[in-house]
Design a protein around this ligand. Structure first.
Ligand SMILES: Cc1cc2nc3c(=O)[nH]c(=O)nc-3n(C[C@H](O)[C@H](O)[C@H](O)COP(=O)(O)O)c2cc1C
Length: 360
């Protein structure tokens, strides 16, 4: 095994930037092993056990975003990357081995915004995307054969989409399993956020003051049940739907199949879209809940859904397919995109966990 002079430092810098990738509830389900010029990336399934991450699909998308960042950061350091996905059939947690080869430094606009990209849950303004912005975003799918990117801009279709997407909030607040899992991931204070550096930091949810009080109460299942009887989950969903539909566009990523590697490619495309949006001064928020619940329902993985909720999930999924004009393929991600003020807070990151096969 040859060993490049200083490659450990380069890899450390690359990974310290790459871990700014998004992940479900900011759980950062990854760790790294380094051998010479090769980085092995491992998923940590126990880190994100929420039902939305059923069969680790959300984590695979997060790993795709991470790999995209590694590739961009490596180019910035003057290295080309060779990515081998799922190289060990006996170990599904080894998502990729990435080999770095020395080449020339290549600056990329997307690299410069890796650490600025964030989930912005603030209300977005009604300003539409320009033709140039749409063109730049839509062109990104060309590097991903079989993938499609839809951008829905019509007011009526955005309204319909927003209403169906927000049914997620009804189910989240009415289904005990989902409710308990979700509230367990919340980070309630700045002190806790600084300590944990993972989880869904309350301040990033951008709740207006009255909603903030209700949200704190909702974490107790008995109170959630009581407020459920008063129709609060439907009210939350309809308020969120108004926020979602006001975005410049609602985007959907469609992928050709449901293979593990396809989810990784989806994550790479999603990250490229998000970085391109950031570079153009646009904000984004993934709105993936209902898609992941649909996957759970499709696989009949949980008997805890009421018939009413199952119907909501099926109807919502087919309605998203219709409103975003998806004619074939698998809906993999939905997001809103547009112009917004800066978020009130940002999610923190843990330092990357790197294990070397040699003394450093
Ligand atoms: C696969 C995936 C699904 C996500 N789904 C949602 C979602 O439904 N709603 C949401 O507000 N954020 C969602 N997020 C955003 C994460 O919560 C966010 O990336 C994480 O908390 C880190 O924050 P950051 O993006 O600001 O760095 C998702 C992220 C990923 C990777």
């Amino acid at each position: 095994m040859w060993h490049l002079e200083g490659v450990d430092d380069v890899i450390k810098r690359i990974l310290e930037t790459a871990i700014y990738a998004p992940s479900g509830d900011n759980m950062q389900p990854w760790r790294f092993e380094v051998s010479g010029n090769t980085i092995s990336i491992f998923n940590i399934p126990e880190r994100d056990q929420i039902l939305y991450n059923f069969e680790q699909r959300g984590s695979l998308i997060a790993h795709g975003a991470l790999i995209e960042n590694i590739t961009l950061a490596a180019l910035h350091e003057g290295y080309t990357t060779y990515v081998n996905l799922f190289p060990d059939k006996m170990n599904i947690d080894l998502t990729a081995k990435i080999q770095l080869e020395k080449s020339v430094v290549s600056e990329n606009e997307l690299y410069t915004v890796i650490t600025h990209r964030c989930t912005n849950r603030k209300p977005y303004s009604a300003i539409l995307l320009t033709e140039d912005q749409k063109d730049k975003l839509l062109r990104l799918k060309e590097d991903f054969p079989g993938f499609d990117l839809k951008l829905v801009e019509s007011i009526d279709e955005k309204k319909k989409l927003a209403e169906t997407i927000s049914t997620n909030e009804i189910i989240l607040l009415e289904n005990r399993t989902l409710h308990d899992m979700f509230f367990k991931q919340i980070v309630w204070s700045e002190k806790e956020e600084r300590k944990k550096k993972s989880g869904l930091y309350l301040k990033t949810l951008e709740l207006p003051p009255p909603a903030r009080i209700i949200f704190r109460l909702l974490r107790w299942w008995k109170i959630a049940q009581f407020l459920g009887r008063l129709g609060i989950p439907k009210k939350v969903a309809s308020e969120n739907a108004k926020v979602y539909s006001a975005a410049a566009a609602i985007g959907a990523i469609v992928m050709p199949d449901e293979g593990d590697a396809t989810y990784i490619f989806c994550g790479r495309l999603f990250q490229r879209i998000w970085l391109q949006a950031t570079a153009m001064g646009l904000s984004m928020q993934p709105l993936a809940g209902i898609i992941y619940l649909h996957r759970v329902a499709k696989k009949r993985a949980i008997s805890g859904f009421s018939d009413y909720h199952l119907k909501l999930i099926w109807n919502a999924y087919s309605s998203i397919i219709k409103s975003s004009a998806v004619d074939s393929g698998i809906l993999a991600m939905v997001f809103r995109i547009g112009i917004a003020n800066k978020p009130s807070a940002y999610s923190s990151r843990r330092l990357p966990e790197i294990q070397y096969d040699h003394p450093i």
